[in-house]
Design a protein around this ligand. Structure first.
Ligand code: Z5A
Length: 218
């Protein structure tokens, strides 16, 4: 891995699937290999993006954000992150590990909320241009199990569920189906990993899959 130019890697999956945990472990492993890694997240990762995150997840504007505005705000946060953080890091030859990226919008806003898939993908193209991940790990966990994990975490940390966690079960099932449809469409980029295994087994699997993707893409 150590002699490789910077690569762009993303983590996707339902809430509580372990994206943040695995993004951190992969970052540490790459760094231990001597690589410079930028770890970031969506929505957020820039000052503008973090403001947008507050509006979207915690109702900071004090009014209901309509679904169209929500889709565009996720995309706006992404455009800022690509321009300010991801593209410059890749141009410097660094690695980027991002917790969620445009597949989240496809899964949540197109498959979950029912926006037209082609329109959503055109917005992705406008927001990110050619800055597309080389490899995406889809952390696979049944909806019921991911919701249990989130409830457990909220109870432990005494936090309230956010707006997305309060969505109906049918919404989460559509998001899950959407992720798997994406994985079938992009088998060369999206690797599905069983997220119900112990944390370090998953990390080892991700490492193997990453090596495989990079070997195949040269
Ligand atoms: N959203 C959208 O609609 N459209 C978009 O374009 C984008 C996002 C970008 C962002 O939330 C919300 O925005 C999200 C989608 C929507 N909806 N929700 N909810 P976020 O990014 O802040 O939150 P999240 O994606 O739901 O992440 P999370 O809650 O932090 O979960 P996670 O990162 O996948 O998991 P984790 O934090 O690593 O782990 C969760 C818990 O499980 C924690 O207690 C761990 O210790 C535990 N865990 C992790 N791995 C394991 C294993 N293997 N076994 C057992 N327990 C584990």
């Amino acid at each position: 891995m150590a002699d490789r130019q910077g690569q762009f890697i993303t983590f996707e999956g339902p809430e509580g699937s372990g994206k943040t945990t695995q993004a951190l472990l992969l970052t540490e492993r790459l760094q231990a290999d001597g690589l410079t890694v930028v770890r970031t997240r969506e929505p957020g990762g820039t000052a503008t993006g973090e403001y947008i995150r507050e509006i979207l997840q915690h109702g900071r504007s004090g009014e209901t954000v309509c679904a169209e505005a929500e889709l565009l705000l996720f995309s706006a946060s992404r455009a800022q992150l690509v321009t300010q953080v991801i593209r410059p890091a890749l141009e410097r030859g660094e690695w980027v590990v991002c917790d969620r990226f445009f597949d989240s919008t496809t899964a949540y806003q197109a498959y979950g909320q029912g926006f037209d898939l082609d329109k959503v993908e055109n917005i992705h193209q406008f927001a990110v241009g050619s800055t597309v991940p080389q490899c995406t790990f889809l952390l696979d966990i049944a909806v019921s199990e991911s919701l249990c994990r989130m409830q457990r975490r909220n109870a432990e940390q005494q936090t309230a569920p956010d707006r997305f966690e309060r969505e109906a079960l049918a919404f989460h099932e559509s998001v899950y189906a959407g992720y798997h449809a994406l994985a079938r469409r992009h088998p060369e980029r999206i690797r599905v990993v069983d997220a119900t295994r112990p944390i370090h087994d998953i990390a080892d699997r991700i490492w193997e899959e990453l090596n495989d993707v990079l070997t195949r893409t040269g």
